[in-house]
Design a protein around this ligand. Structure first.
Ligand code: ADP
Ligand code: MG
Length: 360
C-alpha cells in the first residue's frame, strides 16, 4: 500500500474511533482511557466488553488470568439484576410492586428486597430528599422521554401528595407493598450503584487482579491498576461536552459517581429542566449545585448520595456526610466553585483554572 493511502486509512480509523467514543454514554472516565494509553506491555490478560443494560451503557474491563470468563460473569450478573429491578420490563419485581400498589403485597427476589431496604435507609438519612417512591413525579415530567413537558402547578401539587417513602412497606418474607394505588417506585438513582457493588463482590469472590467498571458515568475500580499504580478517575466538567474533565481523583477500590443537570434534561423558554427532582417542590432541584460527586468504597452509597446531595445543596450535604465513614464529596456550584471534602486534598487534582476550590 502506498504511503498516502495508508495515512488516509489511519485518519478514517481515528475519526471512527473518536466518533464512537463521543456518542457513547460516558461522562466520568478513567484518565488513561481518555489519553488512549494502554497497558499492553503488562502480561496480565485483559478483556473488555460493553452492553446497554439498566438504561445505560455498561462497560467492564477485567484484568485477570480468566478475564473472558469473569467478564461474562460480571455482565450476566447485571442482566439478571435488570430483570428484577427494571421499572419497565413486564414481570420484574418493581413492575409487579407498582402494578399491585394499593392492592396487595408482592413477593420479591432477595436482591430487590435488599436494595429497597437500602433505598429506605437513604430516604431516612436525607429526610426524604432521596425518595424511592418518586415514580409519579418522574412520570409526570417525563424527562428523557417523548412525553417530557413542564406540568401545571396543579398537576405538581396533586402528584407530590403521592410521594412518600413511609408508604413503602417492606414486610416479612420478602413481601413488598405500596400502600396507595397511585404510588410507584423508581430506583433510577441507586440501582446502578447497587449493580456495581454486586460486580465488585463477584470480583472479590474470584480474586480478580484488577478491573474497571463504568455504568454510564458511575465508575467503580477493583483493586489497583495492573501495573501497581492507583487509578486516576476523571470527573466530568458539567459546563463542557462529554469527555472533558474538571478534576481527577486517585484511588483503589473506590466508586466515583456524579449526578449532574447535564445528563438528562430539556429546555423550555431558556430554562433547563433536568431529571433530579426535589420531592418537596416537585420541580427539578435548584439549590445552586450543577454537579455532585460522591467518592466511596460503596457504589450504592455513592449513587444514592450523589442524587441526594444535588437536591440538598452545599451546606446540608456537608452536614450529612461529615458523620459518614468513607464518603468524600465534590460539589460544583453554578457560581464556579468546587466544595470538596478535606480528606480529598492529596488525592484530587483540578484541571480547570476558573474554578475556586474550597475544602470543607
Ligand atoms: P443518572 O441515573 O443519570 O446517573 P442519578 O443517579 O442522579 O442520575 O439519578 C437520577 C434518576 O433518579 C432520575 O432519572 C429518576 O429516575 C430518579 N430520581 C429523580 N429524583 C429523585 C429523588 N429525589 N429521589 C430518588 N430518585 C430520584
Ligand atoms: Mg444517583
Amino acid at each position: 500500500m502506498n504511503y498516502k493511502r495508508f495515512a488516509f486509512a489511519i485518519i478514517i480509523l481515528l475519526i471512527i474511533l473518536t466518533g464512537v467514543y463521543f456518542i457513547s454514554d460516558i461522562n466520568n472516565e478513567e484518565i488513561s482511557q481518555i489519553n488512549n494509553e494502554n497497558n499492553n506491555n503488562i502480561a496480565v490478560k485483559q478483556s473488555e466488553g460493553s452492553e446497554f443494560l439498566m438504561n445505560t451503557l455498561v462497560r467492564v474491563r477485567i484484568h485477570d488470568e480468566n478475564s473472558e470468563e469473569i467478564l461474562e460473569g460480571a455482565l450476566s450478573r447485571i442482566r439478571d439484576l435488570e430483570k428484577v429491578l427494571s421499572k419497565t420490563i413486564e414481570g420484574s419485581d418493581i413492575y409487579k410492586i407498582n402494578l399491585n400498589a394499593g392492592n396487595k403485597p408482592v413477593l420479591v427476589d432477595k436482591r430487590t428486597y435488599e436494595l429497597l431496604e437500602e433505598a429506605l435507609f437513604f430516604a431516612e438519612k436525607t429526610n426524604g430528599s432521596f425518595d424511592p417512591t418518586i415514580g409519579p413525579l418522574v412520570t409526570l415530567w417525563g424527562i428523557g422521554t417523548e412525553n417530557e413537558r413542564v406540568p401545571s402547578q396543579e398537576e405538581i401539587n396533586n402528584t407530590i401528595k403521592k410521594i412518600n417513602y413511609n408508604n413503602l412497606a417492606l414486610m416479612d418474607d420478602y413481601n413488598v407493598y405500596l400502600k396507595n394505588e397511585e404510588m410507584s417506585i423508581d430506583l433510577g438513582a441507586i440501582a446502578k450503584g447497587y449493580a456495581a457493588d454486586k460486580i465488585i463482590t463477584y470480583l472479590n469472590e474470584n480474586d480478580v487482579e484488577s478491573a474497571f467498571i463504568n455504568m454510564g458515568g458511575n465508575v467503580s475500580v477493583h483493586r489497583k491498576k495492573v501495573d501497581g499504580s492507583l487509578w486516576n478517575i476523571g470527573i466530568q466538567d458539567p459546563d463542557r461536552t462529554r469527555g472533558n474533565i474538571i478534576a481527577a481523583v486517585k484511588g483503589e477500590d473506590i466508586s466515583v459517581v456524579t449526578s449532574g443537570n447535564y445528563e438528562r434534561y430539556f429546555t423550555e423558554n431558556g430554562i433547563r429542566y433536568h431529571h433530579i427532582i426535589d420531592p418537596d417542590s416537585g420541580y427539578p432541584a435548584k439549590n445552586g449545585i450543577i454537579s455532585s460527586t460522591v467518592i466511596s468504597n460503596d457504589s450504592s452509597y455513592a449513587d444514592a448520595l450523589s442524587t441526594s446531595l444535588y437536591i440538598m445543596g452545599v451546606e446540608k450535604s456537608f452536614e450529612l456526610v461529615k458523620n459518614m465513614d468513607n464518603i468524600n464529596i465534590v460539589l460544583i456550584t453554578e457560581d464556579d466553585k468546587a466544595y470538596v471534602s478535606e480528606d480529598l486534598k492529596d488525592k484530587i487534582t483540578f484541571t480547570v483554572d476558573e474554578l475556586e476550590v474550597i475544602y470543607k
